[in-house]
Write a protein that binds this ligand. Sequence first.
Ligand code: GLN
Length: 475
Amino acid sequence: MNVANLTIDSLQDGLKRKDFSAVELTRSVLEFAERENPKTNAYVLLCPERALRAAEKIDERLAAGHDIGLLGGVPIGVKDVILTSGVRTTCSSKILANYVPPYDATAVERIEAAGGIIIGKTNCDEFAMGSSNENSAFGPVRNPVDLDRVPGGSSGGSAAVVAQGTAVVSLGSDTGGSVRQPASFCGIVGVTPTYGRVSRYGLVAYASSLDHVAPFARNVRDSATVLEVMAGRDPLDSTCADAPVPRYAAHLTRDVRGMKLGLPVEYMKHATGETATLITKAIKDLEALGCHVEEVSLPSTDYAIACYYIISCAEASSNLARFDGVRYTTRSAKSENLSAMYQNTRGEGFGAEVKRRIMLGTYVLSHGYYDAYYVKAQKVRAMIARDFTRAFEKVDALVAPVSPFPAFKLGEKLSDPLEMYLSDIYTITGSLAGIPCMSVPCGNTADGLPVGLQILCNHFDEPNMFRLADAFESR
Ligand code: GLN
């Protein structure tokens, strides 16, 4: 069964009306995924046993007249950087090709406790490093909208399963745009919550001060529901905020009259033709809904890419030191001594992009360069955050493009890493500031390629972000 037309609400109505049981639905989603997945390579692994076990529980609860939970019966894809107990988790890397975690990430535990059904693990850029999902040890993912194009990255698999109809919602991770950008490229909704809103426990670390577990869905309401289920304090992650979790759905009033929106002038500079046209049209639509739009300036934007790649690579070089052939799986077979074992294991296990970042990160942290690069980047990060603080003194939300261009062809940007890094220009600023931001579809190019509108709000102001996105979506 193609679940492309189902939302959480319509699916749960179907269960309650007995149009299908949770087991029937799960079986047919698994069969559909088995058949369709080779086209996109979006799942790296299906987990039918775990899925069917969870579905049986939902059917039992339905039969007994019990509540099935906010995500009861909902087929979910989980990015393969998020740990699933007993189910292989590879980070799309050779170095973890056989790694089976002994515990679940907090986000996974919470979505299952809310009745969610994990269908499988989704492909991604290796250790979430990339913007096109072409850096996977298991091959690239193709965009279901146009199979010759990339789905975006790094959570390309999680975006593709929702767009393809092999899951209803999915979990990705966003460090610098890895959920918003693929959501934009695949024509779905992607949400990066406030830093610390969702526990990172069990998310394999890329850049800890920037990493988020983040949802994809086909509409705003579903994305809000998944976030609500995952959010909230977790004693297992000390950076996870102890702030109450609102009922996001209660804020979807469709009334945004009088809301003040800012359009960052620096962002429209790089947007290419059709993207700029669609964003301009979206702004008009928001005005028609009663919002006031004014231009704002985020003057430090030009430094964001350099700042992000210094900080994220520095943190990655430290985080990835743990993959040494001793503590985790794959170890090189042919080493004569300890240091050769480390070198060979890491040399054989990591792909080119991961190695590039480990080297860059080690360099910017090394004695003599630390002040010139790492410390300076931290100062720039503070300036970027201050730009947003100032903007939010004047406006309730910012609206912007997600990416300068729509989905590009496979291979098109692979030979030029700097060109690839440019894909992230509008998404990394929000990540560096730790604010909530999301992508909501705003139309298609003449070639039928989706373009997303980005909405950014102040820390913990997800309720207003969802309210605006939902009103825009229903325009
Ligand atoms: N494309 C960015 C990078 O490669 C963002 C990745 C992410 O958000 N995980 O770092």
